[in-house]
Design a protein around this ligand. Sequence first.
Ligand code: TRP
Length: 370
Amino acid sequence: MGRIILTGDRPTGKLHLGHYVGSLRNRVLLQNEGNYDRMFVFIADVQALTDNADNPDKVRSNIIEVALDYLSCGLDPEKVTIFIQSRIPELHEMTQFFSNLVTVQRLQRNPTVKAEMAMRGFGSETEDDNRRGLPVGFFTYPISQAADICAFKSTTVPVGEDQEPMIEQCREIVRSFNSTYAPVLVEPEILLPSNNACRRLPGTDGKAKMSKSLGNCIYLSDDPKEVERKVKGMFTDPNHLRVEDPGNVEVNPVFTYLDAFADDADFARFWPDYANMDELKDHYRRGGLGDMKVKKFLINVLQDRLEPIRARRHTYEQDIPGVYEILKKGSEDAREVAAKTLYEMKEAMRINYFDDPALIAAQAEAYKAK
Ligand code: TRP
């Protein structure tokens, strides 16, 4: 069986370095390796609306931001089908059918949904306050996400580790559907970033996660001055007060960023005093290495990676109608695939009434004979 890659992002903001090392960079590598039958990348606007129902303009304006981020990172619409979730109504039919195979109790155990509910203040304690109640659509989004994956018979889903529970829940839905009806759907595998630093990139403030709501992001679309300002203001080891003090690389996000971005060639180019990360870390641990020097190195490395991304973004920004054309064409192509899967699902579920001449003939006979 072939390999089908699918992944997506909610359009709730511009994409940042955490998205880049956690998934985007990997997608471009996968695309260029060409070791797949088909690759889909999509903008999950329906999922974004599950907790932004009252703010559709936020979702609307971020469609183009995410599309520009995709294209500027090097996703190539000739190789990858890029589409918008809400353009594929088949996904909603699938979600409805899947929801009969999932219990409320199972959804309540999904750790990512739990954490997200807590973060948004959705929960029973606040039930008296309607605005804070838990929207049904939000609670059930893992089911809709399973439809996103199954509609394309995806085998491989490159995402961050926070998405692991979603993929596991999707696999359960596939097993349940296939054993209840017929083996139509494919169990997907998660594809995580290999390097630990990439799995969860901390914010510039040293907090566990880079996240728009925490205001600790470096965006792919930040200009060089902004990147420099943000890196210079980064949190470091708080006990590394004087240059001579020994430093701790583990708690210093500047080193985590370097682990995610820098390679030996960067040392040769930008900081030949050291051959590699190990030597640099050793010096920091021993003491005698100032934080600003490490930050300057990180700035050089980041600017080097972001420069081609900025250049491509600039080109695409000059042709916004062309970007929408890419999304429209991608959505049409994706819809064809989803429609085919939905047809097979309905056949397996035996609700394909008009497409089953045997059903009609048998019942015609039976009623005539009465
Ligand atoms: N939940 C994902 C996120 O928050 C976005 C997403 C929606 C997704 N549907 C998907 C990712 C299907 C992979 C596959 O980033």
